[in-house]
Design a binder for this molecule. Structure first.
Ligand code: HMG
Ligand code: MG
Length: 324
């Protein structure tokens, strides 16, 4: 059966948070506009986290403020086209402080510019501590006021579970641990449960085994929220994992245009780990499996070329010790 598959591009957030340099705000804005023009369903634009920990995304509010009104996106290097549907713009928030910063953006814009926020925890205690200085239980407590505020404002909530296959500190992670955290997140009343293979350790076999257990215990498409798969492509097997997940009934995936990213925990000295699965590979894999997306691959290639240009410039500047 042909399914309409939902595509979220997380490159402006997951991709750029791992860059050694800080990309100028205007270039981030342009990248987001090119992704909107390519017809992805959602762009994860930035994070309202501590700039002390993630200085690369310290301009989250400014990036949102720089975006064009919904429906007016630039196509390629040429003119502006009116899109028939709007693209959901989302942001990562770790706690209520981040949520309030996101709400301030909407208040200043006078509209729901940010339509979805994403909270994040992990199936590994050590990763949770390293990433957010909190236990898994503490992160979930932090999410309660976020979900409450989101409900009040009519904003959707995505919740990530990192380390669904393996943790860079603890090694393999059993599916039961993922399912336990997923249940707690679903009980909060989230709209999108995002399963993250943070270090790209997944194989088609391990992804299939996890999703089979998940389907038996919770149900991939029967828990009232979307189930999304967020793959990193460290060992080049992410496209095979997408196929395995499609076969299990997953209909929502994250990608990062040009494969931006590269988890610092998966890198070795002198060698950057590859980033998230590239959105181009993701979309081609979905189409090759006989399913459809809203993405225009030519327009996506324009966004990918721009993303490569921007990070190449920023990496060169960072290597020289200056700003981009
Ligand atoms: P904290 O420092 O551990 O503790 O922050 P805190 O809550 O006591 O706050 C201390 C300071 O941070 C205070 O400032 C707060 O105001 C400030 P000070 O008094 O020292 O000047 N603060 C904030 N500032 C801005 N925005 C906020 C905020 N909250 C507190 N929201 C925190 C806890 C979680 C904020 C911090 O540890 C943090 O920002 N960590 C970064 C986490 C992150 O962005 N990780 C990467 C994203 S997750 C990921 O990539 C995985 C994913 O892709 C899925 C996958 O692949 O698996 C999603
Ligand atoms: Mg990620």
């Amino acid at each position: 059966m042909t399914t309409r598959v939902r595509i979220t591009d997380v490159s402006p957030r997951d991709g750029l948070q791992n860059e050694p340099g800080v990309i100028p705000t205007s270039e981030k804005v342009r990248l987001v506009e090119l992704l909107r023009a390519a017809g992805v369903d959602e762009v994860e634009v930035s994070s309202f986290v501590s700039a002390k920990w993630v200085p690369q995304l310290g301009d989250a509010a400014e990036v949102f403020q720089g975006l064009a009104p919904a429906g007016m996106q630039e196509r390629g290097a040429g003119g502006v086209r009116q899109t028939s549907r709007t693209v959901c713009l989302s942001a990562l928030v770790p706690n209520n402080q981040g949520m309030q910063a996101a709400l301030d953006v909407n208040a200043r814009a006078g509209r729901k510019l940010i339509e979805k926020v994403a909270v994040f925890t992990a199936a590994s205690e050590t990763f949770s501590q390293k990433n957010t200085h909190a236990t898994i239980a503490e992160t979930i407590e932090r999410f309660r006021p976020v979900v409450e505020a989101a409900r009040h404002e009519g904003i959707e909530v995505r919740a990530y579970v990192s380390c669904i296959i393996a943790c860079p500190f603890e090694g393999p992670v059993a599916p039961e641990r993922v399912i336990d955290v997923a249940r707690q997140l679903l009980a909060l009343g989230i709209d999108d449960l995002d399963l993250g293979d943070t270090i790209g350790a997944g194989t088609p076999e391990t992804i299939d085994a996890l999703l089979r257990r998940f389907d038996e215990e919770i149900g991939i498409d029967s828990h009232g929220a979307i189930t999304t798969l967020h793959l990193h492509d460290t060992f080049g097997r992410a496209a095979e994992c997408v196929k395995a997940a499609l076969d299990r009934g997953v209909t929502s995936f994250d990608g990062s245009v040009a494969g931006l990213g590269g988890c610092p925990y998966a890198s070795t000295p002198g060698r950057r780990a590859p980033g998230n699965i590239s959105t181009e590979t993701l979309v081609r894999t979905v189409h090759a499996a006989g399913h459809v997306t809203g993405v225009d691959l030519d327009a996506l290639e324009v966004a990918a070329a721009y993303a490569r240009e921007v990070v190449t410039r920023a990496r060169a500047a960072a290597a020289k010790g200056g700003a981009a």
